[in-house]
Write a protein that binds this ligand. Structure first.
Ligand SMILES: [Zn+2]
Length: 904
């Protein structure tokens, strides 16, 4: 339609007939630790928040302040300023300060799905004490987003997410529908230039209006003509700007094109349009408009290994075993719950994006490692206590094999058995021979001698099991017996106490000591069909039906192979790789230069990788019949470092020792690679040629798997490098690799091989002018620790063919456990404490009293029936709100996540 002289038409077309709302959200982004350690940033946090409280109380022109979506900031502040709690609570309850919903702003790819859930639940619970959390998925700075995040947010009751990094070029608006694989979705508000697009507002209304106009121009077509502009007034560790309220009011009076309002994210999103938005399904890992920083998956492998171990110790062992075999609501339950809560707090703190990402100062990484270690230690103590509870409840004596996973399992366990010689159906791996020695010591030294005896025996797995004392006019005569630890009753302890008292009274007199070692040995046996979440009393003489694993050596002694009737593994002595059923060249070690930083890999121009060893030796370490292993030692000449970021100089001889292990009854080849790294500025990867070339890979991520092609989308500030993260496994072209904390893989050689990153060694937190990233991502802080000096033990395993990767990774890293039945309880010889079928189990834990929480997910594209062994309860959301009752089983949609509270 045309109307002569009608100015208004053009104005409407340009979106100028309506004043655009500029929604100003005052906030600070708080990295708890990063280029400065936690305590350094916390000192600054106290100053910033002192000031925020003062200003909000005094200045009604700033109605809202966003505390970065994470409750850790509140706790970190109040730990220093406990007297401020009431003021903070009043401001939060009045809606002046938005707190939560997270406990920390996590990285989503480098931690487990369960860690993401606990982080959200911890944040929501803590925020409830301050009047409730901000009810939206604020995800401002994560290095990309997992595919299942929309489903998690939905299950927390959220309708909205706010994201920056990772959004692909295909999203051409400042908002989009973001869908998880199960179909659940949220409206995602997209911050194309980040959470600091409105940082540092000038103290000049005219200048502010100019900045808003220039930002509109910068966003261009991304900002729909009628869309409000979200103006995030804050940045990393920023203070609240004192002049903000005044300048915004002045600027609002100056412009006819805009309405400026200081508001909250929740209010802004509640009024946001949902019409005509583009849709994106799945993970957000694009570098189109913001750096994804994909190299954080492979820096500081020690942190990623520690994360994998701590999460496994908590999720897969301590929680399920204490829930199923602990003392329920008994006397120890409080201590167990407390230990688990404290362990989770440390793991969740480490999930912060600069913490587990290890793009941080060396002191920060040291603190992260301590938190993971302490979380794992607490989990191990809880697990030990649960196993002791199971042992005490057994009606039988002797070894009891325990299965911590939901699926029935067979596998090897190691037992300590009395005696010597062969054990039918078993494999003796170490023998403590019987012997007797005579010693004469003074009374003053008897305690030291017995401590030595106990230590020596403990190294074998034994202990002092008996002491006889004769005390007459000829002197003190002592016989000490060692052997397999038994329940040492009060008699042994009191005999020892009495002996030390007598010896102490004769400090200078000679004492005759006879030490008798009873023989015992460590024996591998194979336990068959242990029920899921169950146990089986195992007699050492139970026969095993599986074919034995055998070792063959050719006449030269250099060629070695392992076979178990299922697969054959043969080492190529020329380059130290191995073949699996004829698929050759597996575990080729390729070392190349890395001039990058903790965020990004950066190959110097003309880099020539080193992949040929100068020498290879092969030894047989174990010969079966249940477990056979070879040790392959490859010697490489690796350049020592990069000079001026370009040329590899110096040379070091490096021995890389690889243990290849094959077990009876398994198709999985376990690989343990050990090296002492003396070199800098390099990347070491293990290459695995694929049975068939692949155009895509499928890797584990939170609550499922994700398929990716051979390319990654990049942008002008970051090249799209297709190095992707996998949580515990990745499958491509008929090969599955499972690993412990080796999170980065890449399909290389046009999809003909998969490269698993073992080490990435760099010397600076953030560099500049990297090959794939021209601009810095942080300060240029030297980080000697990120060069990964010293010894590393890297564990992974491979299988060829069609396998359940969840079963493979459990077989490799979640072994069956053993405890010793007491014979004094009533528990039968075999049984299961919980049956869950039809889905993967993410969590089993006790949530108050007798309520058992089970969280499952369906990792497939078909609807599943989840069986609960006839038990009943309620499906609940992530905030424990009941959804529907469950009797025995329930249907779970493809890629669905479900939490059930079992009441009976
Ligand atoms: Zn950050």
């Amino acid at each position: 339609m045309s109307r002569p002289g009608g100015m208004a038409t053009g104005d409407v077309a340009a979106g100028r007939s309506v004043r655009r709302t500029v929604a100003i959200v005052a906030h600070t982004h708080w990295d708890r630790e990063w280029y400065q350690p936690f305590q350094t940033f916390r000192q600054w946090l106290v100053e910033v928040l002192d000031d925020v409280l003062d200003r909000l109380e005094a200045d009604p022109s700033i109605p809202h302040f966003l505390l970065d979506g994470q409750m850790a900031v509140v706790d970190d502040y109040l730990a220093v300023r406990p007297e401020a709690e009431e003021r903070l609570r009043r401001l939060a309850a009045a809606g002046r300060i938005d707190v939560g919903p997270w406990y920390v702003l996590p990285d989503e790819f480098l931690v487990s799905g369960e860690t993401l859930v606990r982080n959200l639940q911890m944040g929501l619970e803590r925020a409830a004490a301050f009047g409730g959390a901000m009810e939206l998925g604020y995800l401002p700075d994560m290095f990309g987003h997992v595919a299942q995040m929309p489903q998690l947010l939905r299950q927390a009751g959220f309708d909205h997410a706010v994201v920056w990094r990772g959004v692909p070029a295909a999203v051409n608006r400042t908002a989009f529908w973001w869908r998880a694989p199960d179909g659940s979705g949220v409206r995602a508000e997209y911050l194309p230039v980040g959470y600091g697009n409105g940082a540092a507002v000038p103290d000049d209304a005219k200048a502010l209006v100019e900045r808003i106009r220039s930002h509109e121009a910068e966003l261009g077509a991304l900002l729909a003509p009628d869309a409000p502009l979200l103006w995030m007034n804050g940045g990393d560790h920023h203070r609240l700007q004192a002049h903000l309220g005044r300048v915004v009011a002045e600027a609002d009076g100056l412009t006819d094109d805009h309405t400026l309002r200081i508001t909250s994210l929740a209010k802004h999103l509640a009024a946001a349009s949902v019409v005509g938005l583009p849709t994106w399904a799945g993970e957000l890992r694009s570098g189109a408009r913001a750096n994804l920083l994909m190299g954080v998956a492979s820096n500081r492998v020690d942190v990623k290994q520690a994360a994998a171990r701590a999460e496994r110790a908590l999720e897969r062992l301590a929680e399920p075993l204490s829930a199923l075999f602990g003392d329920g609501a008994g006397a120890g339950a409080g201590a167990t719950a407390d230990a688990l809560r404290r362990a989770w707090t440390e793991v969740v703190r480490n999930a912060a994006h600069d913490s587990v990402c290890a793009c941080s100062a060396d002191d920060v990484v040291a603190a992260v490692l301590v938190r993971y270690a302490e979380a794992a230690h607490r989990a191990e103590a809880v697990t030990d206590r649960a196993l002791a509870g199971l042992a005490a409840s057994m009606s039988s004596t002797g070894p009891v094999v325990v299965n911590p996973s939901a699926r029935p399992r067979s596998g090897l366990v190691e037992l300590l058995l009395p005696g010597t010689g062969e054990v039918e159906g078993g494999q003796v791996v170490a023998a403590r021979p019987g012997s007797a020695t005579e010693r004469v010591v003074t009374g003053g030294l008897l305690g030291i001698l017995l401590a030595q005896v106990a230590n020596d025996e403990a190294a074998w797995g034994g202990a002092i099991v008996g002491v006889d004392v004769s005390d007459d006019e000829s002197g003190l005569d002592v016989v000490v017996r060692t052997g397999l630890r038994q329940a040492s009753g009060p008699s042994l302890a009191s005999t020892l106490a009495d002996l030390y008292a007598r010896a102490g009274a004769r400090r200078r007199e000679s004492i005759h000591v006879r030490i008798e070692h009873e023989p015992f040995h460590r024996v591998l046996i194979r336990a068959e069909d242990v029920p899921g979440f169950g146990w089986t009393a195992r007699s050492p003489t139970d026969p095993s039906e599986v074919m034995p694993v055998t070792v063959a050596q050719d006449e030269s002694g250099r060629g070695c192979s392992l076979a178990n009737g299922l697969v054959t593994v043969a080492v190529d002595a020329t380059d130290g790789t191995f073949s699996l059923d004829g698929l050759r060249g597996l575990d080729l070690l390729v070392d190349d230069a890395d001039a990058g930083d903790t965020y990004n890999y950066s190959p110097p121009e003309g880099d020539v990788p080193v992949d040929a060893p100068t020498a290879v030796t092969v030894d047989v370490v174990e010969r079966g019949p249940l477990r056979a292993a070879l040790r392959v030692v490859r010697t490489f000449e690796w350049p020592e470092r990069l000079e001026a970021g370009r040329e590899r100089v110096g040379q070091r001889l490096v021995e890389v020792s690889t243990r290849l292990e094959l077990r009876a009854g398994e198709r999985l080849v376990r690989v343990t690679t050990t090296l002492d790294n003396p070199c800098r500025d390099h990347r070491l990867r293990a290459w695995f040629p694929l049975p068939t070339p692949a155009t895509s890979s499928r890797a584990e991520c939170a609550f499922g798997t994700v398929e990716r092609g051979l390319l990654a989308e990049g942008g002008i500030t970051e090249h799209g490098l297709p190095t992707f993260p996998s949580r515990r496994f990745v499958t491509a072209g008929g090969l599955t690799v499972v690993h412990e904390g080796l999170l980065e893989y890449e399909l290389v050689d046009d999809g003909k091989a998969l490269a698993l990153t073992l080490l990435r060694c760099v010397g600076v937190l953030s560099g500049t002018y990297l090959t794939y990233r021209p601009l810095p991502a942080g300060p240029p802080l030297p980080v000697a620790g990120a060069q990964m000096p010293g010894r590393h033990v890297l564990r992974y395993a491979v299988a060829v063919g069609d396998h359940d990767p969840y079963a493979l990774v459990d077989d490799a890293f979640l072994p069956l456990l053993v405890t010793a039945g007491s014979g004094t309880g009533s528990r039968p010889a075999t049984g299961s404490a919980l049956s869950v079928t039809g889905a993967q189990v993410s969590a089993v834990r006790r949530v108050g009293g007798d309520l058992l929480e089970v969280r499952v997910f369906n990792p497939g594209a078909e609807e599943a029936t989840v069986g609960l062994g006839g038990r009943t309860g309620w499906l609940v959301d992530l905030r424990d709100r009941p959804l529907e009752p469950v009797t025995g089983s329930f249907r779970l949609r493809p890629w669905g996540i479900a939490t059930v509270h079992l009441t009976a």
